[in-house]
Design a protein around this ligand. Structure first.
Ligand code: ADE
Length: 335
């Protein structure tokens, strides 16, 4: 099997495991208190009026639970959910095919909605606003417009790039909620919940250690939990101990702040090659051989959040926290 195929299989296994872990209802969902409070009101109100929920945009870094929330919304609204990925809807006809399968009250979840092709996005406007689908059909050189009524549905859009959503699309979402990094305490509770779902007890110290190193991200916490569990299994532990957790986290090269080799390469490059910055994103990307989008969407949001870098108009700058975390002297790089 090719390396790419192998990693796809691993991704699929991980996705399936994540599915098993996902809370089904808002009441089971840990963290995001403000968002949960708001959603609960909007869902209750829509149900009371026997209406579909307003179109909802969820935005924030990957792995924080946007997809989970979309499934929860479907459950709470008692509707079916259809899931699609933005870039896979290439033509208006693809969108029409999906929309025509919807029943009243259903949820259409579009992940990576910022990557929808413009022609598809334009068809979506009237679908969202008037539950009407207007498709131009070219037959024998004549253009016809086909108008199709749609049932009232809820579009849930998810994006890691709120700034890339066009103004007309944004205007059609009645609800727009940001999903934030979780606190260490919230991740600790998510790890404890995961331990219950997997029926694998974990010592409190070990759960805290995973929480500390999970970058405020449930997907990472759950992945680390599974790896830590592997070390505990091999050590014949009934309950996952701190010793196994530390052994696993060290082997995975995840440090006390949750930074891994790529984060360190990113920071070291700014500090050593570019004298601490400011340096442009492209220059860093080509230096460390990572994709610009991966750096912007995954690496940087967390490094910004914990104060390791600053974004300035002239580029990225490493902060003194980054220097001390990597044991680098700031003086040496001033010249
Ligand atoms: N698993 C992943 N994210 C979760 C969350 N926010 N609450 C509970 N379990 C989760």
């Amino acid at each position: 099997m090719s390396e790419i195929l192998k990693s796809q299989v691993i991704d699929d296994i991980e996705a399936a495991e994540e599915l098993q872990l996902r809370p089904q209802w808002l009441s089971e969902y840990i963290g995001q208190a403000d968002l949960k409070y708001n959603l609960n009101v909007f869902i209750k109100a829509a149900r009371k009026r026997s209406e579909s929920l307003d179109h909802t945009l969820l935005y924030g870094p990957p792995g924080l639970g946007k997809t989970t929330l979309a499934y929860i919304i479907a459950n709470e609204m008692d509707g079916e959910i259809k899931t699609v990925n933005g870039p896979t809807i290439e033509r208006p006809g693809d969108l029409a095919a999906i929309l025509s399968t919807l029943d009243p009250g259903d949820i259409l979840f579009i992940d990576e909605i910022h990557r929808l092709p413009r022609v598809v996005e334009e068809v979506l406007y009237s679908a969202m606003e008037d539950f009407n689908l207007a498709i131009v059909i070219n037959r024998e050189g004549h253009a016809h417009t086909l108008n199709v009524d749609l049932p009232p549905f809820t579009l849930v859009g998810a994006t890691t790039r709120n700034g890339d959503i066009s103004a007309p699309l944004r205007a059609r979402f009645g609800i727009s909620e940001k999903i934030n990094y979780y606190t260490e305490d919230e991740i600790f509770h998510i790890v404890q919940r995961t331990s219950l779902v997997y029926e694998t007890p974990i010592h409190e110290d070990a759960a805290k250690e995973i929480a500390k190193r999970s970058r405020g991200t449930p997907r990472i916490a759950n992945r680390l939990f599974r790896r830590v569990r592997d070390f505990a299994t091999v050590a014949n532990e009934e309950e996952i101990t701190l010793k196994s957790a530390l052994k696993a986290l060290t082997a995975l090269k995840v440090d006390e702040l949750g930074l891994d080799d790529i984060d360190k390469r990113y920071l070291t490059t700014i500090i050593e090659r570019f004298h601490g910055g400011p340096v442009g994103l492209e220059a860093i990307a080509s230096s460390i051989g990572e994709e610009v989008t991966n750096i912007e969407d995954v690496l940087e949001p967390y490094l910004l959040q914990i104060g390791m870098i600053n974004r300035t108009p002239r580029g990225r700058v490493a902060t003194s926290k980054a220097y001390s975390h990597l044991n680098k002297s700031q003086q040496n790089t001033l010249f």
